[in-house]
Design a protein around this ligand. Structure first.
Ligand code: FES
Ligand code: FES
Length: 172
């Protein structure tokens, strides 16, 4: 059988340039996890429905399972492994611990990356489906947080803690 063509891709991940050789159909999630050993982004549904694979690209959140690695050459990719500032955890990481926002922890990396992207979207004045008047910058109520984080599923009992942790960081 003929071997599939391989593509060499230079991925800028967590501040470091890494080169991977992958077939063109390989997802960014598989390239990160299986080629680069970054297992923070999790594979849940592998079809864009659960948010466990969320990473940041140029500061915006995406589902890495729906992205092709070859499309992301040269873009700044941040996984959960790269959100801390050296030894200092990201404020959302400490808030998740403080509010017990993790139980099995499987969804946690995606939740935290998504929350970082979501807070930036809110700071840029972007409305959500529950925002009253789109022209006004919405207050980050629990309803807004839940709507904006609705692409990230948590099947454990920690979801209230996740919302509280995000609300705490949003209120700073
Ligand atoms: S694994 Fe990507 S959205 Fe579920
Ligand atoms: S902490 Fe278990 S699915 Fe979220």
């Amino acid at each position: 059988m003929e071997r599939p063509a391989m593509a060499e891709v230079r991925l800028h991940v967590n501040g470091t340039v890494r080169t991977v050789e992958v077939p063109p159909q390989v997802s960014l999630l598989d390239a990160l996890r299986e080629r680069l050993g970054l297992t923070g982004p999790k594979k849940g549904c592998d079809q864009g429905a659960c948010g466990a694979c969320t990473v940041l690209v140029d500061g915006e959140r995406i589902c890495a399972c729906l992205a092709l690695a070859v499309q992301y050459e040269g873009r700044a990719i941040t996984t959960i492994e790269g959100v801390a500032d050296g030894d200092r955890p990201h404020p959302l990481q400490t808030a998740f611990v403080r509010h017990d926002g993790l139980q099995c922890g499987y969804c946690t990396p995606g939740q935290i990356c998504s929350a970082i992207g979501m807070l930036a979207e809110h700071a840029a004045g972007e409305p959500s489906a529950v925002t009253g008047h789109p022209a006004e910058v919405p207050e980050l109520t629990a309803e807004e947080i839940r709507e904006r984080m609705s692409g990230n599923l948590c099947r454990c009992g920690s979801y209230n803690g996740i919302v509280d942790a995000i609300a705490e960081v949003a209120g700073r």
